[in-house]
Design a protein around this ligand. Structure first.
Ligand code: ZN
Length: 692
């Protein structure tokens, strides 16, 4: 395949040719991509004229090239995976990463960017352009571009060590999780467990005993209990047998903390390396370095937020646990509650209070109705229309839909693909939004933004439509929120258009904001209609769903604060202020923050991959930070009056023209201020969680 004319990945069509792309096209396309990008890059590095047109413009073109050639490949790897695709994907990836790292660390480009910032053009440049230059300068500095020879060598060494340790850390968690299993044979041991759970436990047993000829059945066992995510939670919430719960719980809190898979010793090594990296770059600590790139700006700002939330959250958590103890006592538990009882009784209490199960809601949440409801909401709030445009774009699977967004005068402004259903054989789990085309100007042509929305909802069965759970509905709203921010962008500098360039702790604002509407009674009642009869969901049921949103939220928020504070303080003070032994430090903080007991054996830090092996290092707080922003943003609509159509529309337009449209082109603090007329505060966050 040498002829570029017939390689669909290299075609200049605006939308990827998903009907034509084959695995054999990947390698030659990536080769051509890298060659072309390198050529542009070399030209930029050697450019004598250092201004926007000669430096930044070509760098944006490189973005465009990657998006057009690599974008569809990465996308297909997630939604239409195959052993062949994975093989070639893994083969070409290192070359791409190397090119991008080299680009980020280029001293010539770094100097050119600084010259642009110091040059005569700067004051007249648009916000978007200035932000994109500044963000590239900061990113290059974070990659060690400003360091001298020796320091830079050490910096790269640290990066490599961290990536090796991070990999080992995650693998230990996986291997240690896999190493535990508990086989049950007696019916009294499985009392309370759901039929779905038993089905999986029976399958697990059969897989582990291939010679037994599928001896296990969901009804008669044997059943294999595991401690991977769903296995652990399912057992802790439903197993009646308290002794077994204790046993499985102990396995869950000691993952990767002993024997062959022990992360204990690696934790101080990882933190020290992060601290050293920060100090090479002139930061007081890694927490200072991490927050410098985020909306919060400093560890102090985050601590300030925690200090306002922790007391109300603890009070709420205290009444949660009082109620839970009372409930457990009334329902037959004689012993005082221990950590392995919390999950079980909380689930019983939830069932009792809410009086429905996830599956009971499904008939009222048929996907076509939910989509209509979501689009009507977007139309009402943001003065746009969403129109089905199936057939107007090639797709990778026949279930995939294509939609076009139009403004109030009927002009198309954006589009998106929607890949709704779970396809375990070739689509990854979870839900996500990704850019297909970023709004930008390329070769004088203005490109409209296009998004991918991918979820793993229940597929339609027989002649029934897909019947969703409430969780699937909020997930769809969440991803649509991200997509709106991508699609309603008014920025055409691709570095900072849509969700690009938005600080990590602010990027979940637009997504969680949309989730709020699922729990807004009139919106919910409007879209929740029975798939056969068309009847509206009974109001009492809808009210319970809305009430369920705050069930035991105090306990959840205190846990979030614990993890966030542990992360932030560890990476601020290590090895001082009692952080020398991270596991002990975790227990000290837990005693301060939680109102419930923590087992002395708890080795949670050994399994905290988010911060020791993922991208959340000194950034775990981002979850709460974003929640505060989205609560406060939603409160603007509440203040305007949720029943007042005109006021809602006005607020919606303001939200569209600030949060959704400015994207990464301004600091999120400024964007938020433009929408809200002030900085964010926590009162709506507290009120929405009944914390007062
Ligand atoms: Zn998200």
């Amino acid at each position: 395949m040498n002829n570029n004319n017939i390689n669909p990945l290299l075609s200049r069509s605006v939308l990827p040719q998903f009907d034509k792309i084959e695995v054999c096209h990947v390698e030659p396309a990536v080769e051509s991509l890298v060659a072309e990008a390198k050529e542009i890059f070399t030209r930029v590095e050697n450019s004598v004229i250092q201004d926007w047109d000669n430096i930044m413009e070509p760098l944006q073109d490189i973005n465009w090239l990657f998006e057009r050639v690599w974008g569809p490949i990465a996308h297909l790897n997630g939604v239409k995976n195959s052993p062949e695709l994975r093989e070639v994907y893994e083969k070409v990836l290192p070359g791409l990463v190397e090119f991008q790292t080299g680009m980020g660390q280029s001293k010539a480009i770094y100097n050119a960017l600084k010259n642009i910032k110091a040059g005569p053009q700067w004051v007249q440049m648009s916000n978007a352009r200035r932000r994109s230059v500044e963000k590239r300068i900061l990113a290059a500095e974070m990659c060690g571009v400003g360091l001298g020879e020796e320091d830079r060598k050490r910096f790269n060494e640290i990066e490599q060590k961290l990536s090796r340790l991070g990999m080992k850390f995650s693998n230990n968690i996986l291997d240690s999780t896999k190493a535990f299993s508990l086989d049950l044979t007696e019916k009294e041991q499985i009392e309370g467990l759901t039929s779905t759970f038993l089905e999986l436990a029976s399958q697990s047993w059969n897989r582990a005993n291939p010679d037994a000829g599928s001896l296990s059945t969901p009804e008669n066992g044997p059943w294999r209990i595991t401690i991977d995510g769903p296995g652990y939670i399912g057992f802790m919430q439903f197993a009646k047998n308290r002794e077994l719960r204790h046993k499985v719980f102990m396995a869950g809190i000691t993952i990767a903390s002993s024997n062959d898979f022990d992360n204990t010793g690696m934790i101080p090594q990882i933190i020290s390396l992060f601290q050293e990296k920060a100090s090479l770059l002139g930061y007081r600590s890694y927490a200072h370095m991490s927050t410098a790139e985020k909306m919060s700006g400093s560890p102090d700002a985050v601590n300030n937020l925690y200090s306002q939330i922790v007391d109300p959250a603890r009070q709420a958590a205290q009444s949660d646990i009082n109620e839970l103890e009372e409930f457990a006592r009334r329902n037959g538990q004689v012993e005082s509650l221990e950590p392995w009882d919390y999950g079980y009784w909380a689930k019983r209490m939830e069932e009792k209070i809410l009086g429905y199960k996830d599956d009971d809601l499904r008939p009222y949440l048929p996907e076509p109705r939910i989509l209509d409801g979501l689009f009507q909401l977007a139309e009402k709030l943001f003065d746009i229309t969403v129109e089905s445009a199936d057939g107007q774009a090639p797709v990778w699977n026949s279930d995939v839909r294509y939609f076009i967004l139009k403004n109030s005068s009927g002009t198309p402004i954006a589009a998106f693909y929607y890949d709704p259903y779970s396809r375990p054989e070739n689509k990854r789990g979870g839900a996500w939004m990704d850019n297909c085309v970023t709004k930008c100007i390329f070769n004088g042509e203005s490109l409209l933004p296009v998004a991918y929305i991918c979820t793993n909802a229940t597929p339609p069965a027989g002649n029934k439509p897909s019947l969703m759970t409430m969780n699937e509905v909020t997930t769809l709203f969440h991803e649509f929120g991200h997509a709106l921010q991508h699609m309603l962008s008014s920025v055409d500098v691709s570095d900072v258009s849509g969700i690009n360039g938005i600080e990590w702790d602010a990027v979940e604002l637009a997504s969680t904001f949309m989730e709020n509407w699922c729990y807004h009674l009139p919106t919910l009642l409007d879209m929740a209609r029975h798939y056969e009869t068309g009847e509206t969901m009974p109001e009492e049921l809808a009210r319970k769903i809305v009430a369920g949103k705050t069930f035991r939220v105090g306990s959840m928020v205190t846990r979030q604060i614990l993890l966030g504070k542990f992360d932030l303080e560890l990476f601020t003070y290590f090895p001082d202020n009692g952080t020398q032994n991270p596991v002990e430090f975790f227990h000290r903080l837990a005693r301060e923050i939680l109102v419930t007991k923590v087992c002395p054996e708890d080795k949670f830090p050994c399994a905290f991959a988010h911060i020791f092996a993922g991208g959340y290092t000194a950034g775990y707080y981002s979850y709460i930070w974003s929640d505060v922003l989205s609560s406060d943003a939603f409160a603007a609509f509440e203040e305007a009056g949720l029943d007042n159509e005109d006021a809602i529309k006005k607020t919606g337009i303001r939200y569209r023209d600030t949060i959704l449209s400015l994207g990464g082109s301004k600091h999120p603090r400024e964007v938020f201020r433009e929408f809200r007329g002030r900085e964010q505060n926590i009162s709506a966050f507290l009120r929405h969680r009944n914390f007062q």
